[in-house]
Design a protein around this ligand. Structure first.
Ligand code: COA
Length: 187
């Protein structure tokens, strides 16, 4: 069974492990191999620990935690973080990160994590929400499936490369709440 719970700063190391594993399966061919090989769990953990401990702009995380029947030893298999938008202009709430280990994708867990984040953003008073996605990342279709629409495009410099990214936005947070509440798989 996979359950969703609020993340604590002490979960940062487990989140960082998922982050690094998910980047290495998601971004080959998009980000330079040397950059992916050099990702550091310790460094990512420090970032997540700091973000959760500070809680700036209502920043919070939600974890997907598998029990031992799902994976040997169980543990954190995915997570989402977000809060009020880090910069103004696109929407009020921001989904900052969303990652699942490979074996746990396409089972409705991403939608369940987004449901937790949508409720959180609504509780912060956000009337709308968005997420940045690299244009070459097929996960943008996941956001479209949950009712988001392309709202902005920009180039970011990342690991020495210029990469286009798009903001996918839910003009009304209710669109996201509704799309994540109605899971055909009952998740
Ligand atoms: C994006 C991600 C979190 C989606 O989670 P998931 O658990 O696989 O998605 P779900 O099973 O909840 O899917 C919800 C719906 O979106 C659809 N969907 C999911 N990923 C999709 C994709 N890449 N393309 C098209 N549709 C997709 C599902 O088929 C499902 O449709 P349904 O409404 O008919 O059931 C996961 O694929 C992932 O971790 N990807 C790698 C990391 C990443 O790119 N994160 C985003 C960074 S911005």
């Amino acid at each position: 069974m996979v359950t969703i719970r609020r993340a604590r700063p002490s979960d940062a190391l487990a989140m960082a492990r998922v982050h690094v594993a998910a980047w290495r399966t998601t971004y080959p061919g998009i980000l330079p191999d040397a950059y992916l090989a050099g990702l550091s769990v310790t460094q990512e953990a420090a970032g997540y620990q700091h973000g959760l401990a500070m809680g700036r702009g209502g920043h919070a995380g939600f974890l997907a935690v598998a029990d031992g029947a799902e994976a040997p030893g169980g543990g954190v298999v995915g997570f989402v973080t977000g809060g009020l938008a880090r910069r103004p202009g696109i929407a009020e709430g921001e989904v900052e990160t969303l990652y699942l280990l490979d074996d746990f994708r396409e089972r409705g867990i991403g939608r369940r994590l987004m449901r937790a984040m949508a409720s959180h953003l609504a509780s912060l008073g956000a009337a709308s929400a968005f997420a940045w996605v690299l244009e070459q990342n097929p996960s943008r279709f996941f956001y479209e499936r949950l009712g988001a629409r392309p709202a902005a495009r920009e180039e970011i410099r990342f690991a020495g490369a210029a990469l286009p990214q798009r903001a996918y936005a839910w003009e009304a947070i209710h669109t996201l709440l509704t799309a994540t509440a109605a899971s055909p798989r009952g998740g």
